[in-house]
Design a protein around this ligand. Structure first.
Ligand SMILES: [Zn+2]
Length: 115
């Protein structure tokens, strides 16, 4: 099997960082909407519950999207949850974004073909 897009995929990446950020762009505004529903609903002239429901949906979809981009391709360990529960300080997000190998199965170090 030959792949032409090796320029884009420079190295086997543990994290789908792009997907994690896409999720962040959804759940951050979602969280803001849920936190300040009154402000948003008056701005958009919508019922507060509609605004809260939409915000909560964006929040959930965003978190789900980010989490699915932060899965180990080998053992499916979710690095986002792992970082949240195992990082020693509040720096778990940095830890997740900088993770080079899976803490459980050591992917991609364990099977990496140099080239
Ligand atoms: Zn793994």
């Amino acid at each position: 099997m030959t792949t032409k897009h090796s320029m884009e995929i420079q190295a086997a990446r543990l994290l789908n960082t792009r997907r994690v950020w896409q999720g962040a762009w959804l759940f951050v505004p979602g969280a803001l909407v849920v936190l300040f529903p009154g402000l948003i609903s008056s701005l958009l002239r919508l019922e507060t519950w509609i605004v809260v429901a939409a915000g909560a949906l964006a929040l959930l979809v965003g978190i789900y999207w980010s989490a699915s981009g932060a899965k180990c391709p080998s053992c499916e360990l979710n690095l986002l949850w792992h970082g949240m529960t195992h990082a020693k300080n509040a720096d778990w997000f940095t830890w997740v974004m900088n993770a080079r190998s899976c803490p459980r199965c050591d992917y991609p170090k364990s099977d990496r073909s140099e080239g």
